[in-house]
Design a protein around this ligand. Structure first.
Ligand code: MOS
Length: 742
C-alpha cells in the first residue's frame, strides 16, 4: 500500500463540509433553544451609571435581560479568568461590573424566544454612562509606552525580547553603510468566515454541553468551570468544525461566558451568535511602530542590527510576543539589541493573529534589508545570501535543519529573478510600472505535549481520538493520513474524533504546532498498538513472528509483517482472536524531545511582482512565488492551501488591511467586511507555492508545521516590489494609492 503521508490527499471532511453535514457552533439545534443578543458599550472608558432594560424586557418573547446588576454569580478572582494562553495582567470579566474598558464591550445580554426578537430588544436597552478620558491612538501613547516586564508564567516569559549581544551602538556608529527606518503596521482584525458563536445545551441535570467556536475546547472547558465554579464532568465543550480562527479563538471569547451565564440563569439551552461588527471587540493584531537600524560593511555583511518596537495592548493585560527577536535571528550579525515597549490603550487586549509578531516584525526587517540593499547597490537576494546565518544566534546553536538557501534558489528560479533590472522604474508594461521584490519569512517549529487514543478493531478499522481542534487547516485529514500509514490501513478505515473536551488532552490549535504534535502523538500510540498486536501474534501456535522484536515488524495491509521477510505476517484479526479481543484500545502521551541543542524554525523565500498604474497609483500583485522549507510535508494539498492563504493575507496586509479608529470616540469605524478591506478574488493573481526538501529529525516524523509561515515576509516582498516599480518607499502599511501618489 502506498503511503498517504506526503500526498495531496483531499480533505476527509470535505464532503461533510460542502453538503452541510458538518455542523458549526451556531448550527446545533435542540428543543426549546433560546436566543441571545449582545448590547455593546458605546464609550471607550468609564462606568455605567444606570442601565434601563425595561423597554427591552417589555417586548413579547423576551425571556430576560442580563446585566452586571442582575447576572448570576461568577468567580471574583483574577486567577479564575486566566485561561491557558492568558497574558500577564487582569483578565476582562464579561458582564462582571459596571466598568467600561473598551468600546463595544458587552454590557447587557438580551435573551428571547427568537434571535430576531433578541436583536430588536437589544436595540432598546438604554445606558447612562459616566465617561472618562480615553486614549486609543498608539502614536499618542508612544512616549508613555511601558517596557515589557517579564512575567513568571513560563509560556509568556518565552516571548520576552532575547538577550542583546556585542556592542551594537558602537558597531552601528562604525559601520561603513547604515540604514535606519521607521515602519508601521496598523491594527488588523482576523475576520474568519464563521461568526463567533456558542450554543449551550442545558441538560436536565444542569450539566452543560457547549458548542463553541474555539481553537481549544479544553481551554474553554477549564475556563468555564473556573468562572462558574462548575465541576469538569459537568461541562463538555465541543468544536468539531471551525470556519477559521487565525488566533482569534485561542482564548475563550466573551460569547461563551455570556451564553453559559444565560443558560444557567434560565435553566434552558441558549445560543449566542455575535454579529460581524461585534467580533471587532474580541481582539486584534496589535499595531506596531518599529524602528530598525542596520549597520553593514561595504561587502554586504552585517555588523549590527537594532530593533525598537512599540506594540499595542489594553489597559488591563500586557499582550506581546517576541516581536523584536526575529531581527537578530534571521541574519548573521555579531551585534544586536532589542527594545520592546507596550502602548496601553483603551481597547480590548490585543491577541494572536496568524504568525503573531513575525508577520509585523519581519515586514519591517525585510523592508529595511531591501533599503540596505539599495544603499549597498547590491541585489536584495544576494544581500540575504551574504548575511545568511547557519546558526540560531540568540542561543548560539545550530538548526535542526534550515533549507532557506534552497528556498532562495528554487523561488528565484521559478520567479525568473535573474531577469530583474535592479533600477527602480526600469520595467514597464504599457502604462504600468512593473516592480519585483523579495523577502524572507521565518517562523517557529514547535511541538507540544499531547495525548492520543487509538481503538483498533479486529475488522481493520481504527478510531483516533484527541481533543485538538481543526480550525479549517486540515487536521482531520492529516490525522487520518498518519494513522492510516502507521496502522497499515486504508484511509477510509480511519475515523477521527476531535474538537471535544472529553477526548484525550490537547493544547490549543495554534502556533503551527498541532500537525507536528498530533502526528507524532498518533505515531506513538500506533507504535503501542503495534506492540500489543505483536504480543498477541506471538502467542499464536507456531507464530511466524515468534522471534520478532517490535522494531522488526510493521502494520501493513491489515497485517503485522516482518520488515525483513514480508512472507512472515499475522493478520490483525488473527492476533486479536488469539487474545479473544474484538478491539485494542490504547492511549499514550507524547512529549517533545527535550533536546535544546538545536533550533527549530521554518523558513520561506517570497518573490512578488506588482504592476502599478503610473498615473493612478493603483497597485496589483500579479505574481507571487513562495518557496517554503518546513520539514516533511504531510499533505501537499492542504499545506499548499495554508501557504496560499498566507500569501493572500500578506497581500492584504501590504495593500488593504487596516482597522480604523475614530480616536474621539475610541470606536472602530470600519468594523465590518465592507469597509475593512481584505483581498478578494479580483485582487489575486498567480500564486505559486513550492515546498523544498528539508529532511529533519527533531521529531520522529520530521515535521515542522505550515500554519503561519505562509504570511511571514509577504507584505515586505510586496512593499519592496512597489518600491522597485515606483522608486517610492512607503513605510506605513497598508500601501494605499494616496500614500503612493502623495
Ligand atoms: Mo495561530 S495566530 O497561533 O491561531
Amino acid at each position: 500500500m502506498a503511503p498517504y503521508i506526503g500526498t495531496a490527499t483531499s480533505r476527509v471532511d470535505g464532503i461533510a463540509k460542502v453538503t452541510g453535514g458538518a455542523k458549526y457552533a451556531a448550527e446545533v439545534n435542540v428543543q426549546g433553544l433560546a436566543h441571545a443578543s449582545v448590547v455593546g458599550a458605546t464609550i471607550a472608558k468609564g462606568r455605567i451609571r444606570r442601565i434601563d432594560t425595561s423597554a427591552a424586557t417589555g417586548i413579547s418573547g423576551v425571556l430576560t435581560v442580563l446585566t452586571h446588576d442582575n447576572r448570576p454569580p461568577m468567580a471574583n478572582d483574577d486567577q479564575a479568568y486566566k485561561d491557558e494562553v492568558a497574558p500577564d495582567g487582569t483578565p476582562y470579566r464579561p458582564l462582571y461590573d459596571g466598568r467600561i474598558m473598551f468600546n463595544g464591550q458587552p454590557i447587557a445580554l438580551v435573551v428571547a424566544e427568537t434571535a430576531e426578537v433578541a436583536r430588536y430588544a437589544a436595540a432598546l436597552v438604554r445606558v447612562d454612562y459616566h465617561e472618562d478620558a480615553h486614549v486609543t491612538d498608539v502614536y499618542r501613547q508612544r512616549d508613555a509606552a511601558v517596557p515589557i516586564r517579564v512575567p513568571s508564567n513560563p509560556l509568556e516569559a518565552m516571548f520576552a525580547p532575547p538577550k542583546p549581544r556585542g556592542t551594537p551602538d558602537q558597531a552601528l556608529a562604525a559601520a561603513a553603510v547604515r540604514h535606519e527606518g521607521e515602519y508601521f503596521v496598523p491594527i488588523e482584525h482576523h475576520n474568519p468566515m464563521e461568526l463567533y458563536a456558542s450554543t449551550v445545551i442545558f441538560e436536565a441535570d444542569g450539566k452543560l454541553t457547549v458548542y463553541d467556536k474555539t481553537q481549544g475546547v479544553q481551554n474553554v472547558q477549564r475556563y468555564v468551570c473556573s468562572v462558574f465554579g462548575m465541576a469538569p464532568q459537568d461541562v463538555r465543550v465541543m468544536s468539531p468544525f471551525m470556519g477559521g480562527g487565525f488566533g482569534s479563538g485561542l482564548r475563550p471569547q466573551f460569547q461563551v461566558v455570556l451564553a453559559v451565564l444565560a443558560a444557567r440563569a434560565l435553566r434552558r439551552s441558549v445560543r449566542l451568535v455575535l454579529t460581524r461588527p461585534q467580533m471587532y471587540a474580541l481582539g486584534y493584531r496589535p499595531a506596531m511602530i518599529q524602528r530598525i537600524a542596520i549597520g553593514a560593511n561595504s561587502g554586504g555583511t552585517l555588523d549590527a542590527i537594532t530593533h525598537d518596537a512599540v506594540t499595542v495592548t489594553s489597559q488591563y493585560e500586557n499582550f506581546y510576543r517576541q516581536e523584536t527577536g526575529w531581527s537578530g535571528l534571521l541574519y548573521k550579525s555579531a551585534n544586536a539589541r532589542y527594545v520592546h515597549r507596550l502602548a496601553q490603550l483603551d481597547l480590548a487586549t490585543a491577541c494572536d493573529m496568524r504568525a503573531p509578531s513575525a508577520a509585523s516584525a519581519v515586514y519591517a526587517l525585510e523592508s529595511a534589508m531591501d533599503e540596505l540593499a539599495v544603499a549597498l547597490k547590491l541585489d536584495p537576494l544576494e544581500l540575504r545570501l551574504r548575511c545568511y546565518s547557519d546558526r540560531d544566534q540568540h542561543e548560539d546553536r545550530p538548526y535542526g535543519s534550515k533549507a532557506l538557501r534552497e528556498c532562495y534558489r528554487q523561488g528565484a528560479a521559478a520567479f525568473g529573478w535573474d531577469k530583474r533590472n535592479p533600477a527602480p522604474r526600469s520595467m514597464r508594461d504599457g502604462s504600468d510600472l512593473i516592480g519585483w521584490g523579495m523577502a524572507t519569512g521565518v517562523w517557529e517549529a514547535l511541538q507540544m505535549p499531547i495525548t492520543v487514543r487509538i481503538a483498533l478493531t479486529a475488522n481493520g478499522h481504527a478510531e483516533v481520538a484527541c481533543a485538538t481542534s481543526d480550525i479549517g487547516t486540515g487536521t482531520y485529514t492529516i490525522m487520518a493520513q498518519v494513522a492510516a500509514d502507521m496502522l497499515g490501513l486504508p484511509l477510509d478505515n480511519i475515523s477521527i474524533k476531535l474538537g471535544d473536551s472529553s477526548l484525550p488532552q490537547s493544547p490549543v490549535e495554534g502556533g503551527s504546532w498541532i500537525a507536528t504534535s498530533v502526528a507524532n502523538g498518533i505515531a506513538t500510540t500506533a507504535g503501542a498498538i503495534r506492540d500489543e498486536v505483536l504480543r498477541l501474534a506471538k502467542q499464536i501456535p507456531n507464530s511466524p513472528l515468534a522471534n520478532a522484536a517490535p522494531d522488526q515488524v510493521v502494520l501493513a495491509d491489515g497485517k503485522l509483517v516482518s520488515r525483513r521477510d514480508s512472507s512472515r505476517a499475522v493478520p490483525i484479526a488473527d492476533a486479536l482472536r488469539q487474545g479473544a479481543l474484538d478491539r485494542i484500545e490504547l492511549e499514550q502521551t507524547t512529549n517533545p524531545a527535550s533536546d535544546h541543542s538545536r533550533a527549530n524554525n521554518t523558513h520561506s523565500a517570497i518573490f512578488a511582482e506588482v504592476k502599478v498604474d503610473e498615473e493612478l497609483g493603483v497597485i496589483r500583485v500579479t505574481r507571487v512565488v513562495s518557496a517554503v522549507a518546513a520539514g516533511r510535508i504531510l499533505n501537499t494539498k492542504t499545506a499548499s492551501s495554508q501557504i496560499l492563504g498566507g500569501v493572500v493575507w500578506g497581500i492584504g496586509m501590504a495593500l488593504h488591511e487596516e482597522t480604523l479608529i475614530d480616536h474621539k470616540f475610541g470606536r472602530i469605524m470600519n468594523a465590518n467586511i465592507a469597509e475593512y478591506h481584505v483581498p478578494v478574488n479580483a485582487d489575486i493573481g498567480d500564486i505559486k507555492v513550492i515546498f523544498v526538501d528539508e529532511p529533519d529529525n527533531s521529531n520522529p516524523l520530521g515535521l515542522k508545521g505550515v500554519g503561519e509561515i505562509g504570511i511571514v515576509g509577504v507584505a515586505a516582498a510586496v512593499a519592496n516590489a512597489v518600491f522597485h516599480a515606483t522608486g517610492k518607499r512607503v513605510r506605513d502599511l497598508p500601501i494605499t494609492l494616496d500614500k503612493l501618489l502623495g
